[in-house]
Write a protein that binds this ligand. Structure first.
Ligand code: HEC
Ligand SMILES: [Cu+2]
Length: 316
């Protein structure tokens, strides 16, 4: 059978909106390109050297024309801008009930980790009809996570967390790419996204793996890296308890001043890798740096653990 799709599937809820805007912009560009081509040819024919067309007293001013050529394009541009801005906000504002998945890019593969514990390489399994939020980072250079059928693409940067969300709208298997040239095997850095029925997805989640959730795996690392030795009420080291720290403003000492910083993914990651850069007010900068010792997937697990003890404390 003839199978040459000009366009990828529309497999997420946002896909048709992105396409509508795309075709609107393409239509306008196409219309003006065609109009200019036709006019160039028409005028070339009409005013060719031998033609007898009237060249006397050309009009030098026309208010109506000026209003049209200033107002028209402005209106078109503002329409495109407003439309795109609305869509942009929608795409960058994940719903609160979104399912969390963590993605780490590295030369040259994608590592995805579900909060429930299961991890996968160059594959991403997601349920139909649930918003999914990806928190992503890179272990080396800049990558970009791209799922054409979902119309989503987001740069993945070393030393930083970026997020993106989508809601799968169609069962199936869709291409996954790295869309930022990242070295020799960049072209091979990709795989498949599987959109499954929610029931099948739950089964898939519970198969294989260690059975431990990300937070539970994080707790083990927390003990393994001796974080627990200082942070669980040590007798010898004065260190803050981490229960409830996630999502709260933390007082950070800066010279003689104290400033508040939100304890989010960025803050906790920096606290572990560069503890001296933001020292909690009232504490000595005695925490060692774990730079280069903990991998990105493990950092995400430790953060998941710290996040989970926050939730526990908040309900007490
Ligand atoms: C030698 C003791 C020690 C060890 C080991 C240690 N920390 Fe710390 N940590 C501290 C102290 C002291 C502070 C407060 C001063 C500061 O911000 O550097 C702190 C601050 C933090 C903060 C910021 C807390 C807040 O209230 O804002 C986080 C998060 C953190 N540590 C996580 C970890 C993790 C995760 C590990 C293990 C990978 C770890 N720490 C290992 C002593 C330690
Ligand atoms: Cu890449």
């Amino acid at each position: 059978m003839w199978n040459f799709p000009l366009f990828p599937d529309q497999a997420s809820t946002i896909a048709k909106h992105v396409d509508a805007l795309y075709f609107f912009a393409l239509g306008i560009a196409g219309f003006f390109t065609a109009m200019i081509c036709v006019l160039i040819l028409a005028f070339a024919a009409r005013y060719r050297r031998k033609s007898t067309a009237d060249r006397l007293n050309p009009p030098t001013a026309s208010r109506t024309l000026e209003i049209i050529w200033i107002g028209g394009p402005m209106l078109l541009m503002l329409t495109m801008f407003t439309w795109a801005a609305i869509l942009f906000y929608k795409m960058y504002d994940p719903p609160v009930d979104a399912l969390e998945v963590y993605v780490v890019g590295k030369q040259w593969m994608w590592h995805a980790q579900h909060s429930e514990g299961r991890a996968e390489i160059n594959e991403l399994h997601v349920p139909l009809g649930r918003p999914i939020r990806l928190t992503m980072t890179s272990q080396d250079v800049i990558h970009s996570f791209f799922i054409p059928a979902f119309r989503v693409k987001q740069d993945v940067l070393p030393g930083r967390y970026t997020t993106m969300w989508f809601e799968p709208a169609k069962i199936g298997r869709y291409h996954l790419f790295c869309a930022e040239y990242c070295g020799t095997n960049h072209s091979a850095m990709g795989g498949w996204v599987y959109v499954m029925e929610p029931v099948e997805f739950q089964q898939w989640l519970s198969q294989a793996g260690t059975g431990a959730s990300m937070a539970e795996q994080g707790e083990r690392l927390f003990v393994q890296y001796h974080c627990a030795g200082c942070h669980r009420g040590s007798q010898t080291v004065h260190a803050p308890r981490l229960e409830g720290v996630y999502g709260r403003p933390v007082p950070v000492q800066q010279g003689t001043e104290v400033r508040f910083t939100l304890a989010d993914y960025r803050y906790i990651r920096d606290s572990i890798l560069r503890p001296k850069s933001e020292v909690v007010a009232g504490y000595e900068p005695v925490m060692p740096s774990f730079e280069g010792q903990i991998t990105e997937p493990d950092l995400l697990k430790i953060i998941a653990y710290i996040k989970s003890i926050g939730a526990k404390e908040a309900t007490q």
